[in-house]
Design a protein around this ligand. Structure first.
Ligand SMILES: CC(C)(COP(=O)(O)OP(=O)(O)OC[C@H]1O[C@@H](n2cnc3c(N)ncnc32)[C@H](O)[C@@H]1OP(=O)(O)O)[C@@H](O)C(=O)NCCC(=O)NCCSC(=O)C1=CCCCC1=O
Length: 378
């Protein structure tokens, strides 16, 4: 009889395999599916898969609710344990957002003013980030749209990121009442250097996909806008020149003025098509397939260490600080976003700074006075 790897496996593998998962993943808002693995030539590989984990809350830009955080943890454990899974793809539903972080409605209506509840939530959030960083399979973030706030944090916890080029990347916390200490302050300096980490982490001005790519935050980008049947680069972003007349880098910066207006016209004419994104994801997973599994895993475990070490050093303190912050700035900021209108959903930062400069404590009245509803009543 000819010995093949398949016949050897049949003869030597245990008759029944143990299930190492903690629980079934039955959580609305999180999809877990195994899709056939493919070779770099696109051939389906029998018996091998990539695990796709999809945040499925597009009406709220795939922000994660408490229940969804639990689902993501279980999904990463499932992908990690699945013997037949080569790589994990982490993505969001639709083409608008990968994820815009914690669910601001839940933050404003449940957690605001309730630090002990938020502390429990943050245990789950921390476990979600750790589950990504500890996944036994390489994790590829498929950025189908904007990656903001905690969405950017769980995205940066992944090993690779491929983005469609209409996506934007950045933090929201310092504008909405939080600090990006759910991973961003740990990962950003490692990924883009201290100076650019400072800019991205603190100012809440999202970077374009081209800029994130240029600065080494993400692995690759693909065009997603199709105009008259042809893919074009994000028309809102400068991609046709590298420097301005003074030698400053402008590639990847948002267009302004007349150029921006023209870009918006192109955007309106086009449709979003994520087929190139999917092809790139399959290409990367195909490259991973053609490696030794244990050597690959050991390599990524070592390369994750700068991120993991920073994360582990800070995550418990961050959790405690964020819980207490739900009594003060988060309480005001997330309520302002939740209760305000699209044009007016931030607190009055100057009034807050002035009140604090005068020594005012954080009373419930101060919170109310900072909210959009109080405008005009000052
Ligand atoms: C800048 C935005 C991401 C996008 O703005 P814009 O393009 O103008 O779209 P919107 O009209 O605002 O959004 C479309 C609808 O989605 C809803 N939405 C968006 N994000 C969230 C969210 N995070 N939670 C709930 N709902 C969301 C939005 O309300 C719209 O709904 P509607 O019914 O009006 O159509 C902008 O949306 C934005 O800034 N979003 C909030 C970003 C944010 O603050 N995220 C939380 C950051 S903090 C965080 O994530 C943390 C993680 C763990 C550690 C601690 C922590 O703080």
């Amino acid at each position: 009889m000819t010995l093949t790897t398949a016949s050897i496996a049949r003869a030597t593998a245990p008759e029944a395999l143990h299930d190492h998962n903690l629980a079934e993943i039955v959580v609305p808002g999180v999809r877990y599916e195994k899709r056939p693995a493919r070779t770099p030539d696109g051939e389906i590989v029998p018996g091998l898969y990539n695990a796709w984990i999809t945040l499925d809350n597009p009406a709220q830009y795939n922000s994660y609710t408490t229940e969804m955080v639990k689902g993501v943890i279980l999904a990463f454990r499932a992908a990690s344990n699945a013997r037949d899974v080569v790589a994990t793809v982490f993505t969001g539903a639709g083409d608008r957002a990968f994820c815009t972080g914690g669910n601001t409605k839940e933050y404003a209506e449940y957690y605001a003013g309730n630090p002990q509840e938020y502390r429990q939530y943050m245990r789950l959030f921390n476990d979600m980030v750790s589950a990504i960083l500890g996944c036994d399979k390489p994790v590829v973030c498929r950025v189908n749209g904007m990656r903001i706030g905690g969405g950017q944090e769980i995205g940066m916890a992944c090993d690779f990121t491929i983005a469609q080029d209409l996506a934007r990347f950045g933090q929201a916390g310092p504008k909405h009442g939080s600090a990006p200490i759910g991973g961003a302050t740990d990962f950003l300096p490692v990924m883009v250097g201290a100076e650019m980490a400072m800019v991205s982490g603190s100012l809440c001005e999202p970077w374009t996909a081209h800029k994130a790519y240029r600065l080494g935050m993400i692995t690759d980008i693909v065009p997603a806008l199709k105009v008259d049947g042809r893919f074009v680069a994000n028309p809102l972003v400068i991609t046709d020149r590298y420097v301005d007349e003074y030698g400053r880098i402008v590639h990847g910066e948002p267009k302004t003025g007349v150029e921006l207006a023209a870009g918006k016209d192109v955007l309106k004419k086009g449709t979003v098509d994520l087929s190139l994104l999917d092809a790139k994801i399959e290409e990367l997973c195909g490259k991973i397939l053609l490696t030794f599994p244990d050597c690959f895993t050991k390599t990524i475990e070592e390369l994750r260490k700068p991120k993991i070490n920073a994360w582990n050093a800070n995550k418990e303190n961050s959790r405690a600080w964020l819980a207490l912050n739900m009594m003060t700035e988060a309480r005001a900021g997330f309520r302002a976003f939740n209760e305000g209108t699209k044009d007016d959903r931030e607190i009055d930062f100057i009034a807050l700074r002035q009140a604090l400069a005068a020594g005012a404590p954080w009373t419930p009245e101060l919170t109310e006075a900072l909210l959009p509803a109080a405008r005009g009543a000052k």
